[in-house]
Design a protein around this ligand. Structure first.
Ligand SMILES: Nc1ncnc2c1ncn2[C@@H]1O[C@H](COP(=O)(O)OP(=O)(O)OP(=O)(O)O)[C@@H](O)[C@H]1O
Length: 172
C-alpha cells in the first residue's frame, strides 16, 4: 500500500500480520484522497482502516507544511469510542509521536479544561459531535482553512442517535 515505514514498523510491533479485509479495501481509497463509506462487522479492524491512512497522510502533508494545523477530526458517538480511537492512534504512532499529535476532547472533563490543549493545534482532534461543535463555537478549534479529513466513526449510531444536526453544523 506504500505506507510510511514508521507506520509499518508500528504495525509489525503490534503483530498485525496482514491487513483485515476492510483495511485492505478502504485504506488505498483513503490514501488516494477519496471519500469512503465503509461498513463491516464489529471487531473487523475498522478503526485501523481509517487511523492508518490518516497517519500516513499527515506524515505526507507535514513534509511540506509551514505551520502546525488541525488537519483531521475524528467523530465518535461516545467517550469510550473516542478513547478507543485514541488508543489505536497511540499504538500506531509510537515511531512518529513528534510528527503526529492528537488529542481526545470527548466530554471526560469540562470544556474549559480542554481549551489549552487545542491552542497547540494538534494534527488530529477526536471527540463527540457535541463537544467538537462546542469547541468550534467557542473559537477554541479553528479548522476552516486547515481541515483535510473528517472521520465519522459508527456513522449508523451517529445518525440513529440524532447527531445529524451537530454533524451538519460541524460541516458548515
Ligand atoms: N490487521 C490487523 N491484524 C490483526 N489484528 C488487528 C488488525 N487490525 C486491527 N486488529 C485488532 O482487532 C481488534 C478489533 O479492531 P477494531 O477495534 O478496529 O475493530 P472495529 O471493527 O473498529 O470494531 P468495533 O465495531 O467494535 O468498533 C483490535 O484488538 C485491533 O487491535
Amino acid at each position: 500500500m506504500g505506507l510510511d515505514d514508521r507506520i509499518l514498523e508500528a504495525i509489525a510491533r503490534l503483530r498485525w500480520g496482514e491487513p483485515t479485509l476492510i483495511q485492505e479495501k478502504a485504506i488505498p481509497y483513503v490514501l488516494e484522497g477519496k471519500d469512503v463509506l465503509a461498513k463491516a462487522r464489529t471487531g473487523s479492524g475498522k478503526t485501523g482502516a481509517f487511523v492508518i491512512p490518516t497517519i500516513h497522510k499527515i506524515l505526507e502533508w507535514k513534509r511540506s507544511a509551514t505551520e502546525q494545523m488541525v488537519q483531521a477530526i475524528m467523530l465518535a458517538p461516545s467517550k469510550e469510542l473516542c478513547r478507543q480511537i485514541k488508543e489505536n492512534l497511540s499504538q500506531l504512532t509510537t515511531l512518529c509521536k513528534r510528527e503526529v499529535r492528537f488529542i481526545d476532547v470527548s466530554p471526560t472533563v469540562p470544556l474549559e479544561a480542554q481549551r489549552p490543549l487545542l491552542v497547540d493545534k494538534p494534527d488530529i482532534v477526536i471527540g463527540t459531535p457535541m463537544r467538537i461543535l462546542a469547541h468550534l463555537n467557542e473559537g477554541n478549534l479553528m479548522v476552516k482553512t486547515s481541515l483535510k479529513m473528517l472521520v465519522i466513526d459508527e456513522a449508523d449510531l451517529m445518525f440513529a442517535f440524532d447527531h445529524v444536526k451537530e454533524i451538519q453544523e460541524i460541516l458548515k
